[in-house]
Design a protein around this ligand. Sequence first.
Ligand code: NDP
Ligand code: GDR
Length: 371
Amino acid sequence: MKKIALITGITGQDGAYLTELLLSKGYEVHGIKRRSSLFNTDRIDHLYQDPHDNDVRLTLHYGDLSDSTNLIRIIQQVQPDEIYNLGAMSHVKVSFDTPEYTANADGIGTLRLLEAIRILGLEKKTKIYQASTSELYGLVQAVPQSETTPFYPRSPYAVAKMYAYWITVNYREAYGIYACNGILFNHESPLRGETFVTRKITRATAKIAMGLQDKLYLGNLDAQRDWGHAKDYVEAMYLILQQEKPTDYVIATGITTRVREFVRMAFAEVGIRVEFKGEGVDEKGYVAACESADFQIEIGKEVVAIDPKYFRPTEVDLLIGDPTKSKTLLGWTPKYDLKMLVEDMMNADVDHFRKEKLLKASGYAIKNQYE
Ligand code: NDP
Ligand code: GDR
């Protein structure tokens, strides 16, 4: 029998990779997408199937995590074997600007799904995966962070996700629902949202190398993150729902890297060596050498600068995960290391901006985007 999965957040980075994975495993996939004034399905357009065709295995439904009636109706109609709750206002900095909305979508949204399972009497049929996060660890208590490390959330996003984490555990214990938290550390890819730091860096690096942008403005260069590739991480989500017993897992690489090092690695991909002058809010990164014949930028040019607007009211300084449990119980190991991740992202962005440069040279304007 073909399994049926329902994915919230299907239009996001992880939603796209997970959809691809589940379709490749023969699943029928349903996704919840928000109504938007523009098309917002770029990441899954290559998987689109005309709903009028026979044997359609990918179906999108309009919906929102803030609307329980809509969630109940979709779940009743779809009767999923597995729900992957990836939908969220996922930007930590933006959550300080929209704390109430974040609590509603990221916290209560999870409750709405769990209640829908209960209301529809699907406790024994429908498994649910909750997209929990390393942001729960927040202010460092101990490293590396594992399933037993205490939480100390440091943003409205993390506090909302903390509610979602515990309500998932509670519904598992109270009602016997197969409900699991994947505590995923940062994972990136060429599909990563443009305002997260890694993608912001790879896009800007490609543009600077191409002469399309002057400088990259960043916030805290000293934050340390345990970065993996989203393709590896969606494999873990799938595995988490295939086990005999439901439980919670840390998914991480076990290696941490500073933001400034990610900057160096990205520029190195286009043959540009960046060195940083000084420390703190005035810090600047200048081109120490330009080794690439393709991308010639002036030596000594400042390519990175700090803009304090990117600092957060409370920061998470250090994340480094301990993936022992997932390696042992799920047999999960990532295929990508950080170097491969940076290469993958840089290749995609260089390719993209090469085309944009051609368009610009032919007189077409390039879009401005907010970061
Ligand atoms: P994205 O920001 O790329 O995608 C978020 C998705 O959620 C989008 O499809 C978005 O829709 C949707 N969404 C936002 N608000 C709502 C809402 N109110 N109702 C329904 N859908 C909504 O995130 P990622 O793919 O990177 O992350 C997936 C999940 O994993 C998120 O929950 C995130 O918090 C969590 N997470 C991510 C990590 C990472 O490093 N990527 C690490 C740990 C956890 P739209 O396209 O319309 O905006
Ligand atoms: P994070 O990711 O907050 O860890 O949340 P993000 O890439 O936004 O920030 C990582 C670190 O980089 C620092 N930083 C900047 N960040 C952004 N976005 N823009 C900048 O200009 C900049 N300069 C420095 C940040 O201060 C931070 O320390 C991500 C999201 O995907 C969450 O949804 C997820 O739960 C966690 O990862 C795990």
